[in-house]
Unconditional design. Structure first.
Length: 133
């Protein structure tokens, strides 16, 4: 499996909305709980988010995904059976977003990380960074 990430609204046919707000029955199994998400979003909006806050968020989200794996085995089996998936959510910064944390969890389960859709990438032997299509 190749796992990619993107902002919600990508037109990729392999997109999976992994938000609590609009993820639906499958995608919401991979969304952070409102209990975890709400205080984090409040701090981010206030410009008060620290590196320690992010580290705690990652730890707690990872714990939630362990619980989700046990509670929603059918959703995880479906996700892990896909040859390619693009995890989407509303965050503008993929490096401070659960979609990238989930991608790293999937890599630990055997997936290949294809990175963020639209991120700058360096093709082999290239001297500049073209925009990915």
């Amino acid at each position: 499996m190749t796992v990619r990430t993107a902002r919600i609204g990508t037109r990729d046919p392999d997109a999976l909305d992994v938000t609590r707000k609009s993820g639906g029955p499958t995608g919401s199994a991979f969304a952070p709980s409102w209990r975890l998400l709400a205080p984090y979003l409040d701090k981010r909006r206030a410009g008060a988010l620290t590196g320690a806050d992010w580290a705690e968020y990652v730890e707690r989200y990872t714990e939630e995904m362990r619980a989700s794996y046990r509670a929603h085995p059918e959703a995880w089996a479906w996700l892990l059976s896909r040859p390619r998936i693009v995890l989407t959510c509303y965050c503008t910064d993929p490096e401070r977003c659960h979609r990238r944390v989930l991608a790293r969890i999937l890599v630990r389960l055997g997936a290949e990380d294809g990175g963020e859709v639209g991120a700058m990438t360096a093709p082999a032997g290239a001297g500049r960074l073209p925009r990915e299509e």
